[in-house]
Design a protein around this ligand. Structure first.
Ligand code: PA5
Length: 417
C-alpha cells in the first residue's frame, strides 16, 4: 500500500492546512462521485470500465501473439499515449520479453534513424496509439514504420500492425481499409489518464509485466480513495497540501526518489500535473529529482537557492535488492563502508536529504511498500485522483489542455497543413 507522511510543516501552516481541508470537502465529495460536467473524461474513475476481466484477457491474448513472433515491439505514441506504459516497462521489464522500442515521440531525424536502425534484422510488431490521430509525431512515425514493415514482410505486413484509436476516428477507418487490428482508446479518457486501459496495458503485457496486478493495485486504490472521508484520505491531504504550499509561495513541486527505476514514471507524473493544472495563469510547476545523482547538480539550488520549491519524496520501504561492500586491501579511505549494504547506504542518503531539505521547506513523503506491478497501479490511480482533486481546489479544469494547441497552429501553418 502507499501512505502519505509530512515533514517540516510549521505550526502556522498547520492551521491554514486545516482551513483548506475544511473548506474543500465538497471538492472531494464531487470527485469521489465523478462530476457530470467532466463525464467525457472520467472513464478512469472506475477501473472496471476499461480494464475488466474480459478486456484484460483480450490484451493478454494479443500480447502473447506478439511475444511469440517478435524480437521487438514498437510503441508509437507521445505524451499520454506513451508515458504510463513506458514507466512500468522501463522499471520492471523481464529479460525474456521482446525489446520495446519507442517511436512517435520525436521529430528528430537523428532519433528516428536510430530507431529504424535498432529494428534492422528483427521481427517486430507496431502499435500506433493515438486518440485523435492528428498529432504529428505518432502520425509521421506510423508512416515510417509501415514502410519498414512492408519492406520486411511484403503484403503480409498488415498482420503486424495494431492501432489503439478511438471509434470513428481516421485511425479506425485506416484499420478497416488496410486490415490492421484495431483496439479501443477509451473515448471518455484523455491521454494522460489512460494508464489502466488498452493504451497502457497492452505494451506492458508485451513486456512481460503482470498487468492483472497493475489493475488490482489501481482498483484497490480506487476503492480506498473514493470512499475515505477527508481527514483520512491521503489523496485529498496531498491535494490540500499542494494548494497550501502554492498559496504560501512555493510554486514548484519536485518529485524526488532515490530509485532510478522511477525515471520514466517521473515523465508520466510531470505530464499529468503540468497539463492538468497549468492553466488560466495558475498551477504548480512540476519538476523531478533523480537522487543521489542530481544531489550533485540541482541539490545545491534546492538547499541554497531561492525558496520556491517544495518536495514530494517517493520512498520505497521494502529492501528488494542487496549488495554489500567488502573490505579491500588498498587504503582508499572508504573503509567506513565495509560490510554495509547499498540498500542501507542509499537509505542513509535519503534520510539525510529529507532532514536537510525539511529544514528549509515542507516535504511530503509518499511511502511505497515495494516497486512492483501492483504498486505502479496504486501510484497511477493515487496521483490521477489527487490531481483531479488538486485542480478542483485550485479552480482549474483538469482534463483540457488548451495551451498545447497554440504552438500547433503555427507549426501546422508552417508545414502547410
Ligand atoms: O493527455 C493528453 O491528452 C495528451 O498529452 C495526449 O496524450 C498527447 O497529446 C497525445 O495525443 P494523441 O494520442 O491524440 O496523439
Amino acid at each position: 500500500m502507499i501512505r502519505l507522511d509530512v515533514t517540516g510543516l510549521q505550526e502556522t501552516l498547520q492551521s491554514q492546512l486545516n482551513q483548506i481541508m475544511a473548506e474543500n470537502t465538497d471538492v472531494l465529495t464531487r470527485a469521489q462521485k465523478g462530476e457530470e460536467k467532466y463525464a467525457d473524461s472520467l472513464g478512469w474513475l472506475n477501473t472496471e470500465e476499461w480494464a475488466d476481466g474480459e478486456k484484460v484477457s483480450r490484451i493478454e491474448e494479443i500480447a502473447e501473439k506478439i511475444r511469440k513472433t517478435s524480437d521487438a515491439f514498437v510503441l508509437i505514441g507521445v505524451g499520454g499515449s506513451n508515458n504510463a506504459a513506458r514507466s512500468v516497462i522501463e522499471a520492471l521489464r523481464t529479460p525474456d520479453a521482446p525489446e520495446i522500442i519507442y517511436a512517435g515521440n520525436t521529430l528528430s531525424a537523428n532519433a528516428l534513424n536510430r530507431m529504424l536502425k535498432q529494428l534492422e534484422g528483427k521481427d517486430f510488431f507496431i502499435d500506433c496509439i493515438a486518440k485523435n490521430f492528428e498529432t504529428l509525431e505518432p502520425g509521421s512515425s506510423f508512416r515510417l514504420l509501415r514502410k519498414a514493415l512492408k519492406e520486411r514482410y511484403g503484403k503480409d505486413y498488415a498482420s503486424r500492425v495494431i492501432c489503439t484509436g478511438t471509434r470513428g476516428s481516421r485511425l479506425d477507418e485506416l484499420c478497416q481499409e488496410q486490415g490492421y487490428e484495431f483496439i479501443d482508446f477509451p473515448l471518455d479518457i484523455g491521454g494522460r489518464f489512460t494508464a489502466i486501459s488498452n493504451v497502457g496495458l497492452l505494451p506492458m503485457a508485451v513486456a512481460g509485466i503482470d498487468i492483472r496486478s497493475v489493475v488490482q493495485g489501481a482498483a484497490d486504490m480506487q476503492k480506498q480513495l473514493r470512499s475515505a472521508p477527508a481527514e483520512s484520505n491521503d489523496a485529498y491531504r496531498y491535494a490540500a497540501l499542494r494548494n497550501l504550499y502554492y498559496r504560501n509561495g512555493w510554486k514548484i513541486e519536485m518529485l524526488s526518489s532515490f530509485e532510478p527505476q522511477f525515471r520514466n514514471f517521473f515523465y508520466w507524473w510531470t505530464q499529468l500535473f503540468a497539463e492538468s493544472e497549468g492553466k488560466d495563469g495558475k498551477g504548480i510547476f512540476p519538476v523531478t529529482g533523480e537522487f543521489t545523482e542530481q544531489l550533485h547538480s540541482i541539490g545545491q539550488y534546492i538547499q541554497d537557492g531561492e525558496n520556491m520549491i517544495f518536495e514530494t519524496f517517493l520512498n520505497v520501504k521494502e529492501q528488494q535488492d542487496s549488495l554489500v561492500i567488502e573490505a579491500d586491501e588498498a587504503d582508499d579511505r572508504f573503509d567506513y563502508l565495509n560490510g554495509k549494504d547499498f540498500f542501507d547506504i542509499n537509505k542513509a542518503a535519503y534520510e539525510a536529504t529529507l532532514a536537510a531539505h525539511a529544514q528549509k521547506f515542507p516535504c511530503n513523503v509518499i511511502q511505497i511498500g515495494r516497486i512492483d506491478a501492483y504498486h505502479f497501479g496504486q501510484l497511477f490511480w493515487f496521483f490521477q485522483f489527487a490531481c483531479y482533486v488538486s485542480c478542483g481546489i485550485m479552480g482549474v479544469d483538469p482534463f483540457d489542455q488548451p495551451g498545447v494547441e497554440a504552438y500547433k497552429v503555427r507549426m501546422f501553418n508552417a508545414l502547410g497543413k
